[in-house]
Design a protein around this ligand. Structure first.
Ligand SMILES: Cc1ncc(COP(=O)(O)O)c(C=O)c1O
Length: 388
């Protein structure tokens, strides 16, 4: 039996009528860009996450860029983030004119290492006592913000991050592109930092039928500024107080997302159930490192990622047996050509590098059957035995 890595069609057929109605209703209303469909989704998504404002945008990458611009981050600033994320997190920093500084991830959670973050601040920065700003000693640039990425669907250690941010007067922008509905101590992803962003890329836990993203905040001024920025800096009809861009959300995507939002908790629970089945099948198998469930967190398993020593061998075996998988991410960002100019070298971020070498994501989508998961588990077990 073949098992696909992801099959979006299976989800669509379970809610076909609802989706088709949402599409037809968008056509009937002609609310194609921004408009009522977007407004309704924004209200419902903000309420679901437990924050005041959600602003729909064109994709997660634009959400990150808009958020940074709204926080007035740009040339002369440093934004601290991880080298083990999708490139969009870092592209957005660079696009503003700011400079990214990488902090290694933790070896178990795969999220930003608090110890390494403190080490960077204490060893590589100085505090300017007159205005309480943090300055990077090597570049002389001002450290302005931290972007924790809630990788694979599990939130970063937000208490620690918020405490560091408060101590050093830093802004926190949560990249929750992979963590719709994930929880840290009763608070949902995207609602703890000053701003949180989401992607609704089709494969995400809440996915559009195209591209989409959102900016979340409880700060009215930031919400207002974000709305203006994504609409060419418009403060009134053809009144442009500043230059922005066109990052507005599409009406069809909003209507579809609003329909799918009602199912998000059930889908996340199905992912969690699938993850538990994998744990039962794979725990104790020699050389298989399972994803860690960190305390105080509700992991929503955007991806179910295991780690092995000889990944090429497992890849070959899975391919041969017709089991789908993906590798997110095979090369950490500090080793990518795009960031050569930052001057990092191999060995600078050992945990990110170890992950890049060994991670492999198994099928986890909500509609997988028990039989399929059993098949994946049995295949991995057979591979482990074949390597002895
Ligand atoms: C962590 C992270 N940040 C940002 C993005 C960018 O989102 P989008 O593809 O919607 O632009 C993604 C999307 O894959 C992501 O995984």
């Amino acid at each position: 039996m073949k098992v696909p890595y992801l099959d979006l069609k299976r989800q669509y057929v379970t809610i076909k009528d609802e989706i088709n109605n949402a599409i037809q209703s968008t056509i009937d209303s002609c609310a194609f860009v921004a408009g009522d469909k977007v407004k309704k989704f924004e209200e419902n998504f903000a309420a679901y996450c437990g924050t005041k404002y959600a602003i729909g945008v064109s994709c997660g990458t634009s959400a990150l860029y808009v958020a940074l611009r709204t926080l007035a981050i740009g040339k002369g600033d440093i934004v601290v983030t991880v080298p083990y994320t999708f490139i969009a997190t870092v592209e957005a920093i660079t696009m503003t004119g700011a400079r990214p500084v990488f902090i290694d991830i933790e070896k178990d959670s795969y999220n930003i290492s608090i110890a390494k973050l403190i080490q960077y601040i204490e060893k590589s920065c100085t505090r300017n006592a007159s205005d309480n700003t943090l300055v990077d000693k090597q570049t002389g640039l001002r450290v302005r913000a931290i972007i924790p990425v809630h990788l694979y669907g599990q939130m970063s250690d937000m208490d620690e991050i918020m405490a560091i941010a408060q101590e050093y007067n830093l802004l926190v922008l949560e990249d929750a592109a992979q963590a719709h509905g994930a929880v840290y101590k009763n608070q949902k992803a995207g609602t703890i930092g000053k701003i949180g962003i989401f992607s609704f890329y089709p494969s995400k836990n809440l996915g559009a039928f195209g591209q989409g993203g959102a900016v979340l905040t409880s700060d009215e001024r930031i919400a207002e500024r974000t709305r203006q920025f994504i609409n060419h800096g418009q403060t009134g009809k053809y009144a442009h107080a500043f230059e922005g861009w066109n990052f507005k959300m599409d009406g069809f995507q909003a209507a579809i997302l609003d329909t799918k939002l009602k199912h998000l908790d059930a889908w996340n629970q199905a992912r969690q159930k699938n993850a538990e089945q994998y744990r039962g099948l794979l725990s104790g198998l020699d050389g298989i490192v399972l994803p860690a469930n960190m305390p105080d967190r509700d992991h929503v398993y955007h991806l179910f990622v295991i780690r092995v020593e000889d990944r090429p061998s497992l890849q070959g075996y899975l391919e041969q047996q017709g089991i789908g998988f993906t590798i997110a991410y095979p090369v950490p960002l500090h080793m990518q050509g795009a960031y050569k100019h930052l001057g990092y070298a191999q060995g600078d971020f050992p945990n990110a590098e170890k992950c890049a070498e060994g991670v492999i994501a198994l099928p986890i989508f909500p509609e997988l059957t028990e039989k399929e998961i059993t098949q994946v588990g049995a295949t991995i077990k057979a591979w482990v035995q074949s390597t002895k």
